[in-house]
Design a protein around this ligand. Structure first.
Ligand code: MN
Length: 732
């Protein structure tokens, strides 16, 4: 508790007078004005002597929130009073009963709602449940949510004085809870400002970079927009139309979103100009005709793009947005978006249906529209029978189609782009969890592989193993920057180490036999192993991804006709027990699991069953789950037997005459591999081909894939897993 200086006291009074002056609704009757003043006095006294972290008197915060509520959103005196009182029950000695006796039950109810929301937000556990609670208060009084948004907006605007980790936490919470809420309720202006502020604290480098570039290009932009607008303004004046014209400045976060989505630089984003024409004094019944009239004046001057015409007047958006949008070709061949709307539509666009409070004098209109909106929001947000997660899932569907939410087992919310996987989730928690992840348990039920695509509302428990380490293939299944950075980091070090180790292995092995490492030898090895170049050769040798026992064979290899090779496997445990390696012969009972279809060369594990050993890929999700219940045996493929395996690949690329022939030529003639089936699909010059092949091992399959990848027009070659897997014996 500290005394306020006279200067501070004067400032408090001035801020309050400014609030009253900017809020005509609070001065409608003397009684209203007195009640607002009373609320200020009660709050001012209750918060007296307390300060915000920035050092300024606390009461300035409720006054600022009340100003947002009155000025920027346009709500009336009840909301202003509630905003002034929103923190007193929680922070001071004043009780809810005091408020009810001084201001009546309605305001007490709103203040109670605001106090409850604050309570649930404080409790970090189970945010989904909290979120549901917030939204449920909607059914009591929608003003609770609106004032809460104003409260949060002001806190975001004054976040600078908070310590960095608190800034991050609050910004994260805002972006997860309040931005979607503002969006769904149609408070675009608030949503935009909140999003920009979130970006400022969550990704300051990006924020300031774009801000800087926006300022740098301002002059050029204004010059162009003037050239574009002047002919339109002249026409509108000729036709005696009362209007204002503004050029929309894209928000920083929307520019950033576009840069990411389209993979373009700032310059390419800002080429999209937008101009807004707001028509004044248009009677409600003439709005539609008037907007179309202005549309025709504009398209007389500039050619419209017919595919970019949006009529939100005939069918308003769900959240009430109305306007006519068109994109026309401006000077220098630049596309410019033009939005045409009336003053009333504009206010709805900025402030959602809350804007209708401003139109109380339009008979029957305000009430019915507001009710429709309230019902819509409630219907899409609240359903008491469903659990919080499911509810949130549906809620999200209505908000963002580009984001999804998933939860930790403790209920902590994480946000991802659509398409993110369980592995992204693991990395989002911690890079160490990501590096050691082997799978995930979804919604306490099914176990999935790391490439599982997250569904909104999923509860994700990451399963880890000490022996797991980052895999190259992971780059293909992650889609977040965080995961990518963590993986890059892990491999940078690993790669260097492997290359050095590989060089050493190669030199030592060849030296033993008196062979010098030469270009010719290296080429033979590159071909033998089916790798791209010597760097890959060293790296894979160093990483034990390719078998070093082959070095001598390949280095001294003389080209001969292909020999069909067969495989069996041995049990590693046995190998350790007896140095004379015991091989489980082909006759040993084993089966290949049809969930993951391992082939020789894959990392595999086995489970003992009544009919022998069942072999799975090491990263097979079913095997992972099974390992939780029973021990797995380490299995290694070793000697070759006369056997081939059915394996499938998928090839994608640009269609051209003869490409299928070339592909099958490489497989069948050059590499001497039998093709079982071929299936090809072509969509608009893009083909996808599926080949079922009889192959011997993963090295041979890799060789095929590398060779095909080099073909002109081929863009992607992938191994795919087939349902009807079987071992085909050569003599069958
Ligand atoms: Mn507050």
């Amino acid at each position: 508790m500290t005394e306020f200086s006279q200067e501070e006291k004067d400032n408090i009074n001035k801020q309050f007078e400014d609030l009253i002056n900017g809020a005509p609704k609070c001065r409608k009757t003397e009684e209203t004005a007195a009640l607002v003043r009373k609320a200020f006095n009660v709050a001012n006294e209750a918060h007296y002597g307390t300060r915000r972290r920035s050092g300024e008197p606390y009461i300035l915060h409720p006054i600022a929130v009340a100003r947002i509520v009155a000025d920027e959103i346009g709500l009336g005196s009840k909301s202003v009073i509630s905003a002034l009182l929103h923190d007193v029950v929680e922070d001071t000695d004043i009780t809810l009963e005091d408020i009810e006796s001084m201001f009546g039950p309605k305001i007490a109810q709103i203040v109670d709602g605001l106090t409850k929301i604050r309570g649930v937000l404080k409790n970090k556990e189970g945010q989904a449940e909290n979120f549901k609670k917030i939204v449920f208060t909607l059914s009591e009084d929608v003003r609770v949510i609106i004032i809460k948004l104003a409260d949060r907006l002001h806190n975001m605007r004054t976040l600078d004085s908070m310590p960095p980790e608190k800034q991050k936490r609050i910004a994260e919470e805002t972006s997860m809870l309040f931005v979607p809420l503002a969006h769904r309720m149609g408070f675009y202006k608030i949503k935009m400002e909140m999003e920009d502020l979130c970006l400022k604290y969550l990704n300051p480098t990006v924020y300031y970079d774009i801000l800087h570039q926006l300022k740098g290009s301002e002059k050029k932009r204004i010059h162009y927009l003037n050239r574009f607008c002047i002919p339109i303004m002249m026409t509108l004046e000729q036709h005696n139309i009362n209007y204002t014209i503004t050029s929309r400045s894209k928000s920083i976060s929307s520019i950033w979103a576009k840069m990411q989505k389209k993979h373009v630089t700032f310059d390419n984003v800002y080429d999209v100009f937008a101009v807004r024409i707001i028509l004044q004094d248009v009677p409600l019944e003439e709005e539609k005709a008037m907007c179309w009239r202005v549309y025709s004046y504009i398209t007389d001057k500039y050619t419209p793009n017919p595919e970019r015409l949006r009529d939100w007047i005939s069918t308003p958006k769900d959240n009430g947005y109305e306007a006519l949008h068109t994109t026309v070709m401006g000077p220098d061949g630049t596309w410019v978006e033009v939005q045409i709307r009336t003053q009333r539509m504009d206010e709805i666009a900025e402030n959602g249906f809350a804007a209708h409070w401003k139109y109380k004098n339009i008979d029957g209109f305000e009430q019915s529209q507001l009710e429709v909106w309230m019902k819509r929001v409630q219907a899409s947000l609240t359903n008491p029978d469903e659990d919080a997660l499911k509810f949130l899932d549906e809620f999200k569907m209505n908000l963002y189609s580009t984001d999804l939410f998933a939860f930790t087992p403790k209920g902590e919310m994480h946000r991802f782009p659509i398409g993110a996987t369980a592995l992204d989730f693991a990395y989002d928690i911690h890079s160490e969890i990501g590096h050691h992840a082997i799978g995930a348990r979804i919604n306490k039920q099914k176990i999935v592989a790391l490439d599982y695509k997250l569904q909104s509302g999923d509860q994700v428990e990451i399963l880890t193993s000490e022996s797991q380490k980052p895999q190259k293939e992971w780059f293909k299944i992650i889609s977040t920057v965080k995961a990518n950075n963590a993986l890059q980091q892990a491999f940078k070090y690993e790669k260097k180490r492997n290359i050095m180790r590989g060089q050493q292995i190669l030199a030592e092995t060849l030296e033993e036999k008196g062979i010098n490492v030469s270009q010719t030898i290296l080429e033979k090895l590159i071909q033998g192993y089916g790798v791209v170049d010597k760097t890959e050769l060293f790296e894979k040798l160093g990483a034990d991804e390719i078998n070093k026992d082959k070095i001598l064979e390949y280095a001294t290899h003389k080209r001969k006709s292909k020999k069909i090779l067969f495989w069996s496997f041995k049990d590693e445990e046995q190998e350790r027990e007896s140095p004379n390696v015991k091989i489980i012969r082909h006759s040993t009972n084993y089966s290949i699991a049809d969930c993951c279809h391992p082939i020789p060369g894959d990392e595999v594990i086995g489970f003992q069953t009544d009919s022998g050993i069942e072999i799975h890929k090491q990263n097979c999700p079913i095997a992972i789950e099974r390992q939780l219940k029973e021990p797995a045996q380490k299995i290694k493929w070793i000697s070759r037997q006369e056997q081939v395996f059915l394996s499938s690949i998928q090839i994608k690329g640009k269609d051209r005459i003869g490409i299928l022939n070339e592909i099958s030529g490489i497989i069948a003639k050059q590499l001497n591999v039998n093709i079982r089936t071929v299936h090809i699909e072509t969509v608009e010059h893009e083909f996808t081909a599926y080949f079922d092949l009889y192959i011997h091992d993963s090295q041979q399959l890799n060789l095929i894939m590398v060779s095909l990848q080099k073909l002109k027009g081929v863009e992607k070659v992938e191994r795919i897993e087939q349902k009807n897997w079987q071992i085909i014996s050569e003599n069958q």
